[in-house]
Structure formats: structure tokens, C-alpha cells
Design a protein around this ligand. Sequence first.
Ligand code: HEC
Ligand code: HEC
Length: 268
Amino acid sequence: MADDHRRARIGRRRARRGRHVVALLAMLALVGGAYALLVPRPSVARAQDPSLVREGEALYDTSCITCHGTNLQGIPDRAPSIVGAGQAAVYFQVSTGRMPLAEQGAQAQRKAPRFTPSQIDALGAFVQAHGGGPQTPDVSDDALVGSDVSRGGELFRNNCAQCHNYTGRGGALSEGKYAPPLDPATPRQVYAAMLSGPANMPVFSDGTLSPDEKRDVIAYIDTMRYDGANSPGGLRIGGFGPVDEGFVAFAVGLAVLVALSLWVGSRR
Ligand code: HEC
Ligand code: HEC
């Protein structure tokens, strides 16, 4: 009799637990589904999509053809050939607003992009379909940020600092050219800059800097960012790097401790 009761109780408990597990699984599936829907599709997988290429061609014909020519072959004294420049070069130039170029002669300026992300994808697919070329990896922006910041720092000092300065603030080059500050560049823009080597900047092919090394360089650049909104390490305090930030924290902390002990002493 008591045994039956216990068995029934255990049975009910099992059923309840079973329902909880089912509810939990359903919730996980829902969250997973929502995630898959919300996360933007990476651009590269779509690069071969013929309708995307056609959309890119239409954009090219209205916004780029006057300088880069009917077959992307370039026009003397106007713009270089972009046959084989690849999706990476287009992504860099168009997402940073450099292209379409505003004024001839001057170094291309970073400005608000003229095109939406999906239009930039389309332009990239169109140029990629003419001679191939480097492409940014088919992963989320977060996956472009490596984990070894100290290796990234060493690579940055050896490969980038001579132009962009040790703190990524940029600097003047010869003939009125300059290396811009790196703060506004997103991880994918930094990756695309390395792959395509805009203007005077050298190309860092995967043979020169492996994809892993590129990601570490990006992780290092992320630690130096000047804009508070995009500063995972906290306030930048002039952007001189984590050492000064630590020192300021130390100094402020010390001042607070001294003030606290004075206050405690005065109450005695
Ligand atoms: C007013 C003329 C002009 C227009 C319009 C223009 N470009 Fe350019 N483009 C240039 C010049 C000049 C350069 C070289 C400047 C430089 O490298 O800094 C260039 C460079 C580029 C590069 C880099 C090539 C490389 O080898 O890295 C790409 C990619 C590019 N343009 C794509 C485009 C696209 C896409 C459009 C249309 C959305 C466009 N451009 C519109 C003049 C123009
Ligand atoms: C020889 C000098 C030189 C070196 C070395 C160099 N760059 Fe550049 N970099 C430039 C110039 C010049 C530009 C501007 C190109 C333009 O405006 O068309 C630039 C632009 C950039 C931009 C675009 C910033 C923006 O406005 O969005 C990024 C990002 C960048 N470089 C990253 C790097 C990284 C990372 C390295 C090292 C792996 C590096 N650069 C090495 C000269 C250099």
C-alpha cells in the first residue's frame, strides 16, 4: 500500500520533470531559432549569387563606371583597374565611405558610407566575379577578433606602427599623404585593409600575416580604441593604453583610501 503510494508519487514527479525538460528544450530551440534569424548572414557565402552580382552591376553602372570604366579596367588619370581587387577591397573602400571618390587628386577620405550593407555586399560580389581577389572571411565580426593581444601588439609594432604610430593614432607620410587613425575602423574593415592594402599601405596577404595573426592584430587595435562607445577595456583616458588606465585607477583608488582613512580618523 505505502509502496504503491510511493511509486505513484515518484511517477508523478518523473512526469513533472519530463515536462520541465520538454519545456526547457522547446525554449532552447526557440532561442536558437531566433538567434539564427537575427544574426546577419555573412557576405562571402553569397558572393557567387547571380542575382546579387546583377544588383552589384547596376550599382556599379550608376556610381563607379565613370571612373573605373566599363570593364573595371580603369581609366588613365581617373582611377586604377579594379579587376581582381576582390570583395575585400570593395568592402574596405565602400564601407569606409572612401568610394565613390568625392574629389580627384586628394587621398580618399573616410566619410559616411553612401551604400547600405547589402548594397556593399552586392558591389563586392560584382567585383569578385571579375577576376576574383581577396575576400574577407565568412564569419561574424566577433570571430575576426583574436585572443592573443600581446602577440597582436608585437605584430602591430613590427608591421603597422611605422605608419599608423604606436598607438594607432596615424601620422603623416611623404607627398602630403597620411596614414589615418585606426579608431573608427571595425574589425572587418581592419581585416579588409590588411587584405587589400589601400593607397600607400602594403598588402598583408595570408602568406605575410596568417589569418590568426591578422585576428590578433585586430584584438590589439581593439584595446587602443579611442571612442568610449567602442571601448571594451573601459575608459581610454587619452588613449595612451592600458598602462595609464591602470595607473589612473591606482591613483584614484589611493586617493579614495586616504580620504576614507581621514574620515574614519575624524569620527574617532
Ligand atoms: C571620381 C572617381 C571615382 C569613383 C566615382 C569611384 N572610384 Fe574607386 N577609385 C578611384 C581612385 C582615384 C582610386 C585610387 C585611390 C586610392 O587608391 O586611394 C580608386 C580606388 C578604388 C579601389 C581600390 C583599388 C585597389 O586596388 O585597392 C576600389 C576597390 C574602388 N575604387 C572601388 C570603387 C567602387 C566600388 C566605386 C563605386 C561605388 C568607385 N570605386 C567609385 C576613383 C573613383
Ligand atoms: C607604409 C605605411 C602603412 C603601413 C605599414 C600600414 N598602413 Fe594601414 N594605411 C596606410 C595608409 C596610407 C592608409 C590610408 C589608405 C587610404 O585612405 O586609401 C591606411 C589605412 C588603414 C586603415 C583604414 C583606417 C580607416 O580610416 O578606416 C586600416 C584599418 C589600416 N590601415 C590598418 C593597418 C594595419 C593593421 C597595418 C599593419 C598590419 C597597417 N595598416 C600597415 C598606410 C600604412
